[in-house]
Design a protein. Structure first.
Length: 482
């Protein structure tokens, strides 16, 4: 590999095993880039009723799910492109596309154009895993893993205040204001990355498997669309069934294509057992966390006086705290898992994250009617999420050569989306099946069953993580797992 300015900067930073002013500045820019994901996914949730009324539709699920599904669709293509063409270049492209998508949503006269904008905006979801790979290739080993935790979880702190900010902006203007903010943040982040961050010198000598990326992306989007929208539109809805069949057909075609193509977008032949095990832990653990977060919203809005056997709505600021504490916990868990992972290995911190999730889920099972214990469990669940996400990304990028880190990190991103969608649907189905007639909520037995199912997911994730950690030997000096 020939020496170039990017290589010189990379070598200069990696010669030092600690922080520098330049690294702090880079981390700040990457946090801004990842904060964009919150504006893409979370902010529109605050204005769903207004959007549904404006576009004259009762299918608000489409308005919300479109960007999440698009993120899963774009991820493999963005990951492979980042490996080939450079992390900074693809990150700038993803951020810029996210801004363009937000502008399309801003001026959309009908729901069709709006959904196109949301699909384009979904490319910004790829900024998370691309920033991870950039850090792992440009930062010193010990600082790099900690930085992954800061960048992937640090935006959670900003996420505590962002709902209040967006509510104030929407009250002052209208629901479209969230897309003005999203577009502005996207373009600022794209320009900052392009101007201040050097390109990673690591490039894979490979060809971009465009056909495979299209088959995999659209196939994932089709299957996840059916799972996401089935509860509201109906599992036997003709349109959704067609989408499911198309998605399954495309994924089947992708498997055959990947096995025959010399350089596929995701090489199934090189997915090792540790990699598959890590992805299972991520999908089960983070999915269970997202589902329990959804349940805590229900518990926080239910008053104990309803006589359902659970509820915290009588406590002051209970709902706000039940969402703020997980965000704070996620930030702490991610940063600490990164710092500790650089010393004992991310496989072990993955075990720790899953185990904390198991314990906090059990605690929540015993405290659905007690505010203080439930709040503590909410914070610990956030700690779990931060640890699992950071450890998953760090472990994934140590299991493969640098030239393949983009693709592997994109798989972690896809698993985060899959886990959230699937576990939320499972939990929602349990609550729907246990709703008390003439009541506004499910029974206590339904809530407890919901938690027990998620505890089962945490238990399986913990068992897999323990087995994985026993078969991986960590070498801190070389930043590699064997």
């Amino acid at each position: 590999m020939t020496q170039n300015p990017a290589s010189a900067i990379r070598l200069n930073e990696r010669e030092h095993d600690g922080w520098s002013g330049r690294l702090v500045w880079w981390v700040a820019i990457l946090i801004v880039a990842n904060t964009l994901v919150d504006t893409v996914i979370v902010a529109p949730l605050l204005v769903l009723p207004q959007m549904a009324e404006f576009f004259g539709t009762d299918q608000s699920a489409w308005l919300n799910a479109s960007a999440v599904l698009a993120g899963a669709m774009w991820a493999p293509l963005l990951g492979k492109s980042a490996d080939i063409y450079g992390k900074r270049r693809i990150l700038v492209l993803a951020l810029f596309a996210g801004g363009v998508g937000a502008l399309i949503c801003l001026v959309a006269p009908n729901i069709g154009i709006f959904l196109i904008g949301r699909v384009i905006q979904g490319t910004a979801v790829g900024s998370v895993f691309i920033t991870v790979v950039y850090i792992r290739q440009m930062f010193p080993t010990r600082v790099g893993m900690t930085s992954v935790g800061i960048v992937t979880s640090g935006s959670a702190i900003l996420g505590i205040a962002s709902p209040f900010l967006f509510e104030a902006v929407v009250r002052a203007f209208d629901f479209r204001a969230v897309f003005v903010v999203s577009a502005a943040l996207a373009f600022v982040a794209a320009i900052s990355v392009r101007v201040f961050l050097p390109e990673s010198p690591v490039h894979a000598r490979s060809r971009l498997d465009v056909l495979g990326a299209i088959l995999l992306g659209l196939g994932l989007a089709g299957v996840l669309a059916y799972i996401s929208l089935g509860p509201t539109a109906g599992w036997t809805n003709a349109g959704l069934v067609v989408i499911l069949l198309i998605g399954v057909t495309l994924l089947t075609g992708w498997v055959f294509s990947a096995l025959r193509t010399p350089q596929p977008v995701v090489d199934l032949r090189r997915l090792t057992r540790p990699m598959v095990a890590m992805l299972l832990v991520v999908v089960l653990g983070t999915g269970a966390y997202q589902a329990l977060l959804q349940l805590m919203g229900l518990i926080g809005q239910t008053p104990p006086e309803a006589g359902l056997g659970y509820g915290l709505a009588g406590e002051s600021s209970s709902l706000g705290l039940m969402f703020a504490l997980p965000a704070l916990g996620a930030a702490i868990g991610g940063i600490f898992a990164g710092w500790l992972g650089a010393r004992i290995g991310p496989a072990r911190t993955l075990v720790g994250g899953a185990f904390i999730g198991l314990g906090s889920g059990f605690g929540l099972l015993l405290s659905t009617g007690a505010f203080l214990p439930a709040a503590i469990c909410a914070g610990l669940l956030g700690l779990t999420a931060g640890a699992l996400v950071t450890s998953g990304f760090n472990l994934a990028t140590t299991l493969v050569p640098e030239e393949r880190q983009g693709v592997v990190a994109s798989l972690v991103q896809v698993m985060l989306g899959v886990g959230s969608v699937v576990m939320n649907i499972v939990g929602g189905s349990i609550l729907s099946a246990t709703t008390i007639p003439d009541s506004s909520g499910p029974s206590a037995a339904g809530v407890n069953t919901y938690i027990i199912v998620m505890l089962g997911a945490f238990a399986v994730a913990t068992a897999i993580a323990v087995g994985l950690s026993r078969h991986i030997r960590w070498t801190p000096r070389t930043d590699s797992a064997h």
